[in-house]
Ligand binder design. Structure first.
Ligand code: AMP
Length: 503
C-alpha cells in the first residue's frame, strides 16, 4: 500500500533540517512540513473529502499553500490550483467544470465566491497569505499523524487548467506517475542534492512553480528559499544564500535591468534554469557576459510536465531547448499526415513518456484528437531538431501564419527583427488581409532613443527574408503583453490590430 507521489517526495530524508526557509528567517523542517501535511489531510478527511475528490484553491503563495498541496496528495485527493488573477466570473467556470468538494479562497474574495461554491455544492473555506483564515483554524485543530491514503501510478494528483488563451480552458489531468517520474528525472539530470537551496520566486498555481520547482527540490531532499513573488531587488539580495534558481525569461531580463545584480552575487549559484516561454538569445548572451553563467533552458507544458532540457554538462545552446529527457520520446511530424519528418524540417512536436497527462477532465473525446494511435501526444508546438540534435521551438501551431498560401514561422521573422540595432524584441502575428489571407505583421519594442522606424526595419529585413515573410506593417509598443508566466499573448495583439488591413 503506497501513495506514489507522496512517498517519492518524502521517503528517506534522514537528517534533513530545512525544507522551506522564508526570507524573514522562519524555517520549516521536513518534519514540520510532514506534520503540517498530516494536519491538512486530517482536516480534509473531517471535511468529508474522499480519495479522488478535487480540492480547489485560489490562494496567495505561502508555506500553508504548499502544505495544502502536499496534504491533498497525502489524503488521496486531487489538487486544483487556480491563478490568483482570475475573476469570480472566470472561477465560476472552473468550479462548475471540476466540481471540487472543497474550495479554499482568500478572505477578500469570500463574499464574491460564496454563491459560486454554494450552487456547485462545494464547501468554501478561507486561507490568507499570513496563514490566517477558516481553513487554518481547521488545520490547526487537527492531529499530527495521518495514515497516508494509497494511490497508484495512474490515479490523479492534480488538475491544472491550461492557460486557454483561445477557446475553452481545459483541465489537464496529471497523475502520480507523471509527477513522481518527472521530479526524479529532473533532480537527476540537473544534479540536485540535499546541499542545494532553490530560490523560489515563481507563482505556485502553475506547473513550473508548483510541480517542477517544489517536487524536484523535495525528491532531492534539498531546501527552498521561498519568496512571495519576484522582486528583482529582493532576489538579488537573497541570491548568495541559494544555489539554484528556476525562472521564466522575464526574471532574467529583470535581473539584467538591476544594477545591483553582479557576478559577485551569483558566485555560489550552480544553476539557472529558464522555461515556460522562449528565452531570447540576447538575454542568454547578456546574462553570460554579466555573470559568467550559462542559463539552462528547458521545455515543457502543463499537459506534459517537462520534455526536454539543455545539458547540465555540455553545451547549453541559446535558442534551443536541448534534448529529450531520459525516458521521454520526441518526434517531429507533419501536422496533417502525422508522418515523421527528417531532422531540420519544421513540424509538430509530439511526445510520449511517463510524464504525459491522462487527458482533459470530462473531455474524453479530446483523446482521439490530441493523441496519435501509438500514444504520442500532439503538443501543438512547432519545432525542428537541428544538425546537432537540439530541439528548437519555433512557436505554437496556432501562431503559424499562412500568407498567400505560404507558411511563415513567426520565430524566424522575430529573430531577424530582434537582431537589428535598437530593437529590444518583437512579436510577429498574422492579421486578416483580403489579398493574402493573412498578412505578416510585426509588433516591436525599440530601445529608448532608437532611431528604428517602420521603413528602416522593412528595408533591412527585405535583404534577409523572402518577400512573403516580410512584415507588411510594423507597429511600435512600449512593451509586449505577457501573462504571469512571461508568455507573449499574441491573441491580444491579433485582436488589437485585426482591422488594420481593412481600413
Ligand atoms: P504552459 O502549459 O502554460 O506551461 O505552456 C506551455 C507552452 O509554453 C508550450 O507548449 C510552449 O509553447 C511554451 N514553452 C514552454 N517552455 C518553452 C521554452 N523553453 N521555449 C519556448 N516555448 C516554451
Amino acid at each position: 500500500m503506497s501513495n506514489m507521489l507522496f512517498d517519492a517526495l518524502f521517503d528517506e530524508k534522514p537528517g534533513q533540517a530545512v525544507f522551506i526557509e522564508l526570507a524573514d528567517g522562519v524555517r520549516w523542517s521536513y518534519d514540520d512540513i510532514l506534520n503540517e501535511t498530516a494536519r491538512v489531510a486530517n482536516a480534509l478527511v473531517s471535511a468529508g473529502i474522499q480519495p479522488g475528490d478535487r480540492v480547489a484553491a485560489q490562494i496567495d503563495k505561502s508555506v500553508s499553500a504548499v502544505a495544502l498541496y502536499l496534504g491533498t496528495i497525502r489524503a488521496g485527493a486531487v489538487f486544483l490550483p487556480l491563478n490568483t488573477a482570475y475573476t469570480a466570473a472566470e472561477v465560476e467556470y472552473f468550479i462548475t467544470d471540476a466540481e471540487p468538494a472543497i474550495f479554499i479562497c482568500r478572505s477578500s474574495s469570500d463574499a464574491a465566491l460564496c454563491p459560486i461554491a454554494e450552487s456547485n455544492h462545494s464547501r468554501l473555506e478561507t486561507l490568507n497569505a499570513d496563514g490566517g483564515g477558516s481553513w487554518s483554524d481547521l488545520v490547526n485543530a487537527s492531529a499530527n499523524d495521518f495514515k497516508t491514503i494509497s494511490r497508484d501510478a495512474h490515479d490523479l494528483a492534480g488538475i491544472l487548467y491550461t492557460s486557454g488563451t483561445t477557446g475553452r480552458a481545459k483541465g489537464a489531468m496529471i497523475t502520480h506517475l507523471n509527477l513522481a517520474s518527472n521530479a526524479r528525472t529532473l533532480a537527476e539530470i540537473w544534479r540536485f542534492s540535499h546541499d542545494d537551496v532553490l530560490l523560489h520566486a515563481l507563482p505556485i498555481f502553475h506547473t513550473h512553480g508548483l510541480f517542477v520547482a517544489i517536487n524536484t527540490t523535495l525528491i532531492a531532499g534539498a531546501s527552498i528559499l521561498f519568496l512571495p513573488r519576484f522582486d528583482a531587488d529582493e532576489v538579488v539580495s537573497v541570491m548568495p544564500r541559494t544555489s539554484v534558481m528556476m525562472g521564466v525569461p522575464t526574471f532574467y531580463t529583470r535581473l539584467l535591468g538591476n544594477n545591483n545584480f553582479t557576478a559577485e552575487q551569483v558566485q555560489g549559484m550552480r544553476l539557472f534554469v529558464s522555461g515556460s516561454a522562449p528565452l531570447l538569445e540576447e538575454t542568454h548572451n547578456s546574462f553570460y557576459a554579466r555573470t559568467g553563467k550559462l542559463i539552462l533552458e528547458r521545455y515543457g507544458m502543463t499537459e506534459t510536465n517537462m520534455n526536454t532540457s539543455n545539458p547540465y554538462e555540455g553545451n547549453r545552446r541559446a535558442g534551443t531547448v536541448g534534448f529529450a529527457l531520459p525516458g521521454v520520446d520526441i518526434r517531429i511530424t507533419d501536422a496533417e499526415s502525422g508522418i515523421e519528418l527528417a531532422d531540420g524540417e519544421i513540424g509538430i512536436l509530439e511526445v510520449k513518456g511517463p510524464n504525459i497527462f491522462k487527458g482533459y477532465w470530462r473531455m474524453p473525446e479530446k483523446i482521439a484528437e490530441d493523441f496519435r494511435k501509438d500514444g504520442f501526444f500532439i503538443t501543438g508546438d512547432l519545432a525542428k531538431i537541428d544538425e546537432q540534435g537540439y530541439v528548437v521551438i519555433v512557436g505554437r501551431d496556432k501562431d503559424l501564419i499562412i500568407s498567400g498560401g505560404f507558411n511563415v514561422y513567426p520565430k524566424e521573422v522575430e529573430l531577424e527583427i530582434d537582431a537589428l540595432p535598437g530593437i529590444v524584441e518583437s512579436a510577429v502575428i498574422g492579421l486578416p488581409h483580403s489579398d493574402f489571407g493573412e498578412a505578416v505583421t510585426a509588433v516591436v519594442v525599440a530601445e529608448q532613443g532608437s532611431s528604428a522606424n517602420e521603413k528602416s526595419i522593412i528595408a533591412r529585413i527585405s535583404v534577409r527574408l523572402a518577400s512573403y515573410k516580410q512584415p507588411k506593417r510594423i507597429f511600435f509598443v512600449d512593451q509586449l503583453p505577457r501573462n504571469s508566466m512571461g508568455k507573449v499573448q499574441k491573441n491580444l495583439l491579433r485582436d488589437e490590430y485585426k482591422h488594420i488591413y481593412k481600413e
